[in-house]
Design a protein around this ligand. Sequence first.
Ligand code: NDP
Length: 332
Amino acid sequence: MKALVVDKTDAGVTAAVETIDPDRLPKGEPGDQMVEVAVSHTTLNYKDGLCLTGGGGLVRTYPHVPGIDFAGTVTASDDPRYEVGDAVLLTGWRVGEVWWGGYAERARVKGEWLVPLPEGLTARQAMAVGTAGLTAMLAVVALEKHGLAPGGRPVLVTGASGGVGSVATAILGKLGYEVAAVTGRPEQADYLKALGATAIVPRADLADAPTRPLGRETYAGAVDAVGGAMLSHVLTLIGYGGSVAAVGLAGGAVMEGATVVPFLLRGVNLLGIDSVMQPREARLTAWQRVATDLPLDLLETMIVPASLEDLPALGKDILAGKVRGRVVVDLA
Ligand code: NDP
């Protein structure tokens, strides 16, 4: 089978497409109900960029097959929930990091990690959503649970041209929110407006740590893919009782300039969003929401088609914030 294999040598981390024996796929521990999948589509997330380049110490054992998401068809199953021919997808569970992932024509994983392909989505569309899009949906669900509803102030989306940001913008737009999209790429303004953004906020306006603990109440809530000083800044601009879903760290992990004042004086909530270990039931619900709340014509405009061979270069690009929307690799 064809696979994109990363390896670590004295020269550093390399990534190349190779033909490898499917017998090398993970076998699991005794008692694991393993399922083998013919992968038809996979994608590229920020974390894949790290796994492709050796960043973040995510990959511990080499040689390794990255790919934190995949979709395809079951070819063998020990799990009674799945039969040969079933259409399935996988995101997270540290597949592609500590376990071989989706950058190969076959994958073998625990059945409990798979979810059936949601009704209404093709495998290609599901991978256009992928971890980034699922996380955007989880963020919107969390904001709704904390009281966000259309009709109030705009919702801010940071890192808007990226994967999480693009999907969050499209979902929030479809749900009837005013969406203020933060981008460092002004040339993406038309793309973001077509997705549903009603205002474009230059990254520079929010990039620095806030100079005051509270600013003007400007946004009802936020989906933040950037973290760092921008997250600190965003917290000062959220209206009374509003929430920020903290999703990512494309701009940094340390929240420079943050104070607890927005929490204490404005009742602002900071909601942590994790997609990797998200329980199965919540995943199933979120995927159903994706199928109903994400306009598929807009999803199509986010897609950057690519091959396995393209992924090493694209991995570097995504870490540099240069990928727009969502990369989809067709392996079928
Ligand atoms: P992308 O690279 O596709 O998007 C990130 C976007 O952030 C870029 O497109 C860019 O948008 C903006 N950006 C990049 N660098 C900077 C910077 N230095 N300062 C400010 N903005 C910047 O990545 P994803 O959308 O796939 O992931 C976004 C983040 O979310 C990552 O940190 C990722 O690890 C995290 N994540 C977390 C998940 C979870 O479970 N919590 C799941 C999925 C992702 P623009 O050019 O428009 O400004």
